[in-house]
Design a protein around this ligand. Structure first.
Ligand code: GUN
Length: 279
C-alpha cells in the first residue's frame, strides 16, 4: 500500500488554511522568513515548493538571497533583525550552507521561539528531553504520516539509514518517544544487510538513487523513502520503487511521499509559532 504523503499533507494544509483565516480575523498575519545562501539547485526547488504552499495557506513569506561571499557577521545582522521583528514568526536558514560558513553557529542565532526547523540547541535539547518544542519537519512529517495510517509503532524495530541532524538523529528520538526500538545505520556500520532485513520499519535517508533494492528488504516491511535525487529533471528516491512496492506492506513514493509532509509540518510550525507569539 502507498503511504500517500501528498493526500495527508493536503488535509493538514486545509486545516491550516482555517487556522490562518481565524488568525487574520484577529489581525494576526503569520509570516515566515527564508534565508538562502548560494544557488544550490535542490535548495531552490525546496524553496519554490515552500513558496507555493505558503501562498495556498495564506502565510506571508519574506525571502532573503545571498551569494556565496556572504559572511557570518552579515547573516547575524539579518537574523538579529528578524528575531526582533514582531511580524516575523518563523525563520528558516536553508541547509546546506556553503562550507566556509559555520552552519551550526548560524542556526543557533535564531530565536528558539522562531526556530520552525527545530535546529537550535534549545529545541534539540528539548526534543532530547521529550519536552514540547519545535521538531524538525521531515522527522515530524514521517511520524505524522505513519499515525495517519494508524500504523502501530510500539515495540517495532525501526532501522534508519543516515545519521544527519535534519533527519536521522531527530527521527530516532521521535521513534523512541513512540516506544519503538531504533537502530541507526551509517556508512561505517557493519552487518548492514542483516540489520536492514530485520527492520519492521525501514527509513532510508541516504541520497543515493536505487540504494535499496527488493532483495535487501523483508516481506511486509514498512518503507519510508526520504531520498530526493534528481536525474535528468526527474526525481527519484533511495528505493527501487517498482520492485520493492510489490514486496513490502507500505511504502512512501517519491515524489508525493515524505516531501509534501515536510512542508506541511513547516507550515504547521509557523502557525504554531505565530499563535504562541500572540498568546
Ligand atoms: N534542506 C533540506 N531539508 C531541510 C529542512 O528541513 N530545513 C532546512 N532549513 N533546510 C533543509
Amino acid at each position: 500500500m502507498i503511504l500517500d504523503g501528498f493526500k495527508v499533507a493536503k488535509k493538514i494544509r486545509k486545516k491550516l488554511i482555517k487556522d490562518v483565516l481565524q488568525l487574520k480575523k484577529n489581525n494576526i498575519f503569520p509570516k515566515l522568513a527564508i534565508i538562502q545562501v548560494g544557488n544550490n539547485t535542490s535548495s531552490s526547488i525546496y524553496i519554490k515548493n515552500k513558496r507555493l504552499v505558503c501562498q495556498e495557506v495564506g502565510i506571508k513569506l519574506e525571502e532573503y538571497n545571498f551569494d556565496d561571499s556572504v559572511n557570518t557577521k552579515q547573516l547575524k545582522k539579518l537574523i538579529t533583525r528578524l528575531n526582533q521583528d514582531n511580524e516575523v514568526h518563523g525563520i528558516l536558514v536553508q541547509h546546506p550552507l556553503p562550507k566556509n560558513l559555520n552552519e551550526i553557529e548560524i542556526f543557533n542565532m535564531i530565536n528558539p521561539q522562531k526556530d520552525v526547523d527545530g535546529f537550535t540547541f534549545d529545541n534539540i535539547g528539548k526534543l532530547y528531553s521529550a519536552r514540547n518544542c519545535f521538531v524538525p519537519c521531515t522527522p515530524k512529517g514521517i511520524i505524522r504520516l505513519l499515525k495517519e495510517y494508524q500504523i502501530p509503532l510500539v515495540g517495532k524495530h525501526v532501522v534508519i539509514i543516515g545519521r544527519s541532524m535534519i533527519v536521522g538523529k531527530p527521527l530516532a528520538l521521535l521513534f523512541l518517544q513512540e516506544n519503538a526500538t531504533v537502530t541507526i545505520l551509517h556508512s561505517k556500520s557493519k552487518d548492514k544487510e542483516k540489520i536492514i532485513k530485520s527492520a519492521d520499519i525501514l527509513v532510508s535517508a541516504v541520497g543515493k538513487p536505487r540504494f535499496i533494492s527488493e532483495e535487501m528488504v523483508s516481506k511486509d516491511t514498512i518503507v519510508i523513502d526520504v531520498g530526493i535525487n534528481y536525474d535528468n529533471g526527474k526525481i527519484f528516491g533511495d528505493v527501487e520503487f517498482e520492485s520493492v512496492f510489490k514486496k513490502v506492506s507500505y511504502i512512501t513514493p517519491v515524489p508525493k511521499g515524505v516531501g509534501p509532509m515536510t512542508i506541511a509540518m513547516l507550515l504547521e510550525n509557523v502557525v504554531e509559532a505565530c499563535k504562541e507569539n500572540n498568546k
